[in-house]
Each structure stands twice: as structure tokens, then as C-alpha cells.
Design a protein around this ligand. Sequence first.
Ligand code: MRU
Length: 366
Amino acid sequence: MKIDGKDMRTIWVESDAESVGIIDQTLLPHRFATVTLATLADAARAIKTMQVRGAPLIGVTAAYGVWLALRADASDENLERAYAALLATRPTAINLQWALDEMLAAVRNRPRGERAAAALRRAGEICEQDIASSLGIGRHGLKLIEDIAARKNGERVNVLTHCNAGWLAAVDWGTATAPIYLAHDQGVAVHVFADETRPRNQGASLTAWELGRHGVPHTVIPDNTGGHLMQHGLVDLVIVGADRVSAQGDVCNKIGTYLKALAAADNKVPFYVALPSSTIDFSISDGLTEIPIEQRDASEVTRMTGKTADGCVVSVQVVPDGSAVANYGFDVTPARLVTGLITERGVLAASRAALAAAFPERSKIR
Ligand code: MRU
């Protein structure tokens, strides 16, 4: 994607070939700044504090984190320490474990002297693979948008999305946004309703920011607005991302996704989930009972951050002193509410049979 006319990815190896650059997403949309990660601790902190976030990007950052750890110390003990430290950063997005397992497999059986170079190579491949997956998702999802545009005689297609499953959540293009960017670039009139996504407002601060940078028409809506829009025929399709999809097609995504799926089902609006295969967890079946749901700090609910009229970014309290707070980061949408899974290998039914048929090499692993 282009930022101020310059091609950018969300993560890159710095020119010193000793560290990794990222965009500090905690500062967006009010400030754009990059950060250099030079150590395992830097990478783990970046994931934990959500300087990087979004399932695919978390996985890629962890992969580079293993490289940074092995640059300092390529022993078995340090490899194990890096795996454990990175795995502990966030519990829900399965791309994290997927990437760490890939890294382990790439370096474990090599002599210590070769491990850092092998880790850098594999992390780079994972990075490129993520971009290829996003583009695959984009091409398959584009067809869905084009079909609706044709049905509407070219009138604009309204897509509702939740959270940020965009360029910022992956390495490039995004997952839910990839079909949208491709459609927009090809001249299909497409408009996005971006849920604000309380409590951290990834929709309002990140999705709106990146759509705006790319010139995609969009409207930020409070989280509770989607149902109303659907009742009035103002949403043609929903496309969301995913943090983990179970073998039977249940979808874990940012809290609030399930309510959008219910509203979509009630209003016969197609509800699609866009994901790379690294987001599928073939080791579990029932997403509702088996996916660990991250519970995040109460301060994300009690406080909001924003820009004042004089341009200062401040954090203010919006909940009375002493009120109890619950902050579940994710929810699970059962497969029966999902119209289709947009993957790099096509648009699939949200079912065990369809996932296993499309990804036979992954479904047999565990
Ligand atoms: O908690 P976050 O910001 O890391 O949330 C994860 C997400 O970005 C979303 O749930 C997204 O919709 C799926 S990841 C492409």
C-alpha cells in the first residue's frame, strides 16, 4: 500500500540487516511513526502492547522475533525461551502459534551457526506468503463485490466491516480489505461502513485511516449501527477478518462480530469472513468452547484516547470511578451464521468438509 506516495508494508527488515521496522499502531490515526525492533524483548513487547496487532501481522512479527532472538544466542535454550516468550504475548490469534511452529521447524535441526540465517530466511518467506494469501483473498473476494455491483447496475456496493482486518493487520492488502482495495483500484464503486470497534476503536482509528489513505470512500459508524443499516437495505455484504477459525468453520474475531452476524442473518445480508489459511486451527472443532478468549485491561473500557481541538492527544476517563468492567477481546460466530470463508484458495463453505478439502496438507497435520 502507499503511504504519502511511498510503497510501504507493515513490517520490514531494516537496512542495517540487524533489526526489524514496524509502524507503531498505538499512535494512529493522529501520528504516523515507525519503531525499530532489535531484540526478542522488543518484538514481544510490540505484540503485547499492540504496536503491531491483527492475526497475520502478529504471526509475522513473532517470526522475526525468533530471528532477533537467535541473532543474539542460537542455543536450544534460547530458541525455547523465544518460542515461549512470544507465544505468551497474546492468546487468541492462532497465526502466532502457526508462525512460531514454522520457525521452530525451520531452525531446530540446524547447527547453531546456521540458525540465525535460516530464521531470517523463513521469516521472510512467511512475510511473502502472507502477502500472497492476502492477494488471493482479494481476488476471490473481488468476484463477490463485482457480482453485487453488476446486480446493482454499477450503483455503489456497501460493505460493512468490523475492527481492522486491513493492510495494518497483515503485511500488505489486509484480509477483509483486500477485495475492497482491488475492487476500488479496478473502478468498482465501493463504500465501506467501518464499525468503530470499542473498546480500542481499531475500526475508527485504523480501518478508517488506511481506507482514507487509499482513497476508498468510507463512513465510520458506532458499533450498534450495523443492524439498523441492514434493516434498511444499506449494507450489501459484510466482510470481517478472523483471529482463529476452527476445523468446523466457527469464526473467532474481534468482540462484536457475532452480533453483526446475527443481524446479517436476520436481514439476509451475506456475511463473509476473510482469512489466510494460517488462521485456521485444525486442532479444534468447537470454536465456542475451545478458543481461548483474551481478556484485556479494564483501562481500555474506562478510558478513551483522542485528539483535542488544539491538536493534543489525550486520554480521558468515560466510566464512573469504581464501576466494574468486563473486557473480552473476541467472540465466536458459529459456522451456521457464516455465508462463506474467503481464503487464498477460494470462497469456501464454513464447514469441516470444505476446509479439509481446500487445505488437505494442513488438516492432516494434527
Ligand atoms: O486485538 P486486535 O486488534 O489484534 O484484533 C485482532 C483483529 O485485528 C481483528 O479481530 C481482525 O478483525 C482480525 S485479524 C485480521
